[in-house]
Design a protein around this ligand. Structure first.
Ligand SMILES: Cc1cc2nc3c(=O)[nH]c(=O)nc-3n(C[C@H](O)[C@H](O)[C@H](O)COP(=O)(O)OP(=O)(O)OC[C@H]3O[C@@H](n4cnc5c(N)ncnc54)[C@H](O)[C@@H]3O)c2cc1C
Length: 494
């Protein structure tokens, strides 16, 4: 009973108001995307009775919309890394992810992820996910061929290459085009359907049910316009995605992407999972952090160019991963960022859509067309070119493979937010959890009976500047499985 008030995620239902249970199960999972599917498979394989509630009329979520690259390695390498001649170490992977996460990194989760990463790869393969023993060597955002292994982060870039031995860890499914997400979700959905899992589509989880001790006993779902009380004896796992489709929450928690960037995700990314967890005492962490991309490559030749701000000064090593560059660009005064490139290196960006706002036979001519200080731009280009010709970048240590002196004529692309260039974002904040998926309070006490994974939780990916493609699906599937196992093992309540 809702006692007259509308049932919302922020209003948990006290157990003493539940007159009867409409559905009873061991483990109840909210959301049938990547995290929810993996949680269901593992909980069922551990012998638990599982019910999966999905608001949409099919499985998928953002995982299905994604390229489904997964970031995996360590332990001597995945089967693909080894076949491609890489002997990845757990230490290198750990050091890289810790450096990428910086002050925001969750060491316990990073450790668990790195130590078990190759086993997770084997598990995905055992579920039927196909990965070819080949490498895609181009600098790219995703492999549009069916090749597997590629660099998807800033491993080869300064400062990371000085901290950890670089190794490619992005794993792309064996399918042509950008079709990894549908293939991964079909593979996982088939596995869930093979098991004894009760799947309810068109079922919106409304709120959690908890008792006076603070233990989560179940949840309320709306099916066929009726509110049903679901008893989950061993726990509820929230796998309902992030909050990029909730403008109010974005304004409150993550204002940097509230206006301007394109929100990417599925319509269910409304933050309902986060709010449900928060309402029973779960702590929300990292809420101001997000992924953002400025997809300025391919073509990779644009990496020979330089990004400058409104002061005509460089602000980043341009060989970094696109989200790191996007994040640095947004940090510039007024969000102004221009990509200056020699005509010989220019190729129309495949995805970025930024307008050409200037061309010039000389730097001065270019500066005038763009509206930049010509003396400063001349200094920036000369300084860069002088050192690049020697294979050096004393300011930002761009890798030698992307360094060469700039030559006239030049072009400038306006990559400022709001001027046409695509900036696409999703959220990285969520419920604070242990590596087991147990949801923590602000005092770091686990909430009995409550788990979260995927973008509902705050996982391995912590910021745009430390992001690598494959960390979200890797994290969602890995920690979804962990939450499934932990919940299935939880002593059932009465
Ligand atoms: C275009 C695009 C490309 C991407 N490419 C990559 C990539 O290559 N690699 C990578 O690592 N990451 C990528 N990402 C990010 C990644 O896809 C997501 O972060 C990740 O898949 C999230 O998984 P999830 O299980 O947490 O959520 P989802 O897969 O979104 O699943 C959540 C599910 O919960 C359901 N739900 C929500 N609220 C409720 C409710 N109240 N009741 C019932 N059900 C509910 C939703 O309908 C949804 O089905 C990409 C994202 C996009 C949008």
């Amino acid at each position: 009973m809702s006692a007259g008030k509308k049932t919302t995620p922020s209003r948990p239902r006290p157990a003493d108001r539940v007159e009867h249970w409409d559905i009873e199960t061991d483990v109840a999972i909210v959301g049938f995307g990547g995290a929810g599917a993996c949680a269901a498979i593992e909980a069922a394989d551990a012998g638990a009775e599982v019910a999966l509630f999905e608001v949409a009329s099919a499985s998928g979520g953002s995982t299905e919309l994604s390229s489904a690259e997964v970031y995996l390695g360590g332990s001597g390498g995945t089967r693909v890394q080894k076949a491609c001649g890489y002997e990845d170490t757990t230490k290198a992977m750990f050091d890289y992810l810790m450096a990428a996460g910086g002050d925001l990194a969750d060491e316990a989760k990073v450790r668990a992820y790195c130590e078990e990463s190759t086993k997770h790869f084997d598990w995905l393969v055992s579920m039927g996910a196909p990965y070819k023993n080949t490498e895609y060597k181009e600098r790219a955002i995703m492999a549009l061929t069916d090749d597997c292994l590629l660099y998807t982060g800033s491993e080869k870039c300064w400062p990371f290459r000085e901290i950890a031995e670089p190794c490619p860890r992005g794993h792309n499914l064996e399918i042509e085009g950008d079709n990894g997400g549908p293939l991964l979700m079909k593979t996982l959905t088939d596995q869930v359907e093979k098991r004894n899992v009760r799947i309810e589509y068109n079922a919106r989880a409304l709120t959690l049910i908890h008792n006076v001790e603070g233990e989560v006993l179940g949840l309320v779902v709306r099916i066929d316009n009726k509110e049903l009380n679901v008893r989950a004896r061993r726990g509820v796992i929230l796998c309902a995605g992030g909050f990029v489709m909730n403008p109010k929450m974005l304004k409150q928690y993550c204002p940097r992407i509230a206006d301007g960037p394109l929100p990417i995700g599925n319509p269910g990314d409304t933050g309902s999972g986060l709010l449900m967890g928060q309402a029973v005492g779960g702590a929300l962490v990292n809420m101001d952090q997000h992924f953002i991309t400025l997809p300025y490559y391919p073509p990779s030749s644009l990496t020979y160019g330089i990004f400058v701000n409104a002061q005509a000064q460089r602000f980043v090593n341009e060989d970094c991963y696109h989200a790191r560059v996007a994040s640095r660009a947004l940090d510039q005064l007024g969000g102004k960022a221009y990509l200056i490139v020699s005509a010989e290196d220019y190729g129309h960006p495949s995805f970025m859509n930024a307008p050409i706002v200037g061309t010039g036979e000389t730097v001065e001519e270019l500066a005038e067309e763009v509206g930049l200080d010509s003396e400063m731009l001349r200094h920036t280009v000369d300084f860069y070119s002088r050192h690049a010709a020697q294979g050096e970048d004393p300011l930002f240590h761009k890798s030698a493979e992307w360094l060469k002196a700039m030559n006239a004529p030049y072009a400038a692309l306006d990559c400022s937010l709001g001027e046409g260039a695509i900036y696409a974002a999703f959220t990285l904040g969520g419920l604070d959890t242990l590596p087991t998926g147990e949801v923590l309070t602000t005092e770091k006490d686990p909430i009995k009976g409550l788990y979260a994974a995927g973008r509902t939780a705050c996982g391995i990916p912590r910021s745009a500047s430390g992001y690598a493609s494959g960390l979200s699906v890797g994290d969602a599937t890995f920690f979804g499985r962990a939450a499934g196992r932990a919940s299935a093992a939880h002593e059932p309540g009465l």
